[in-house]
Write a protein that binds this ligand. Sequence first.
Ligand code: HC1
Ligand code: SF4
Length: 563
Amino acid sequence: MGYMTIDGRKVEFTDEPNVLSVIRNADIDIPTLCYHSELSVYGACRLCTVEDERGKTFASCSEPPRDGMVIYTNTPRLMKYRKMILELLLAAHCRDCTTCIKSGECQLQALAHRMGVTTVRFENTKEQYPLDFSSPSIVRDPNKCILCGDCVRMCDNVQSVNAIDFAYRGTKALVTPAFNKKIAETDCVNCGQCRVVCPTGAISINTNIEVIWDLLADKNTKVIAQIAPAVRVAVGDQFGLPRGENVMGKLVNVLHRLGFDEVYDTSYGADLTVIEESEELLERLASGENLPLFTSCCPAWVKFCENRYPDLAKNLSTCRSPQQMFGAVIREYYKDPEKNGGKRIVSVSIMPCTAKKEEILRPESSTNGKQDIDYVLTTTELITMIRKSGIRFENLEIEASDMPFGIGSGAGVIFGVTGGVTEAVLRRLREGHNRVEMDKIKFSGVRGEEGLKEVEFDYNGRTIHAAVVSGLGNADALMKKIQKGEVHYDFVEVMACRRGCIMGGGQPVPAGPRSRIARSKGLYDTDINTQIKKSNENPLILSLYDELLKGKTHELLHRNFEA
Ligand code: HC1
Ligand code: SF4
């Protein structure tokens, strides 16, 4: 603990990693473009520069706090300095702000406004580059890159993918895949985490909004939607509702109003996954083959495993993800002319995830040659559509999801937060379903934000060892240990995005730690309020096995991973 003087006021600090954090904790919102508390410090933008009592300036993000420090954050010199930095950044920036996808949410735009930059005195002499639309998940626009390096550090330090890096020097400096390849030609796993930290429109979501508007207007098309667990807790605060509030009922209503014919809940698909994956785990435990069983519901993780650890890809579950299981069931159900009413069926999933846009295109995401899901809209795209429609989302009545797939269990809902899949599988495998049994599972170590959690549980006298991982960097570290035989597990859950799908690459960028905590609380609270806690007790799932899935379980619910 120590004290420093900030703008003439004595301020206490404890374990803040840098002066910037002390300043922000003192309620001074000092600007930054390249600082993220969860990424390594880069110190590139220099906007957080402060001045000491001798007039020495330094970047506060890379300076440790020291007792007795005296600093100034807003001297005329610093203000001039910040304005000049922004002007220079804008000079080298494609300034089509009014038509930019990031308009209104761009941090460069916001800071320029806040710092009173009304003219840019310099000409943009930078070479203009073509946009990279090669990925189904993200779009790269190098002309809007400000070289803050946030995406590079996210992709490298946090995700261990390393698909993008700095190239060239001086005014030619660029963030790009190696050898100027297209992003789709790299090991990029489509997680979209680079887009989450990008302060400008240099990396954005590859959007399907326009085609969806056309389909919704087409009288000969029946558009079916499914909504992923994590979406429901990331929309409300965009419309002035409390952050993390479950707005599933309003989402169903708004989708109906936008023209979707039927609206279902992906938690139903998650229930199917729990049943199939639990079965698979028991089979592998009996045979002793291909253990640990790796979950396969996160497509960015599946791609990462296939790219980096092809020898372990056989351990991936053969189960399709909840999105894909449900997609195959929807496709099968609407084959019946009575159900499709003679119309073309288009299946759209609303997902928190950019990698889901790639998952639907994989060969094993088709049944009998027909793609199961036609389009994925991320949460962010749906919010854009709602805003465009003018519907006052915050005032909407709630509506229930449509039948016959309208019930999802609490176990299915918590899939959206790290540890949720494991908790759901534990609920399925353990006999009891009273509160005591649910609490035993809840406090087994499966919950929490840590990147790696270990859980042990008893199944018929046998101890099952499970690991729960979120963030590909954490998965990478664990895979190395598994490969070397240093650790042994029976079941490993991996979600590519830290903390799970609530922090997916297609979600609105959370305003801070409170937003993400509210999102996970929102899902756990939903589970508390759900009568059916276990996937295998969902009555709609049980009847599905007796009817539509009879003799078709493997065809519709599983895929084959090539090792
Ligand atoms: Fe997820 Fe899943 S939990 S992967 O995060 O298994 O995207 O929400 O929909 O498919 O259910 C995402 C979330 C989601 C699938 C489920
Ligand atoms: Fe890296 Fe993920 Fe961005 Fe691809 S989408 S470049 S893997 S952070």
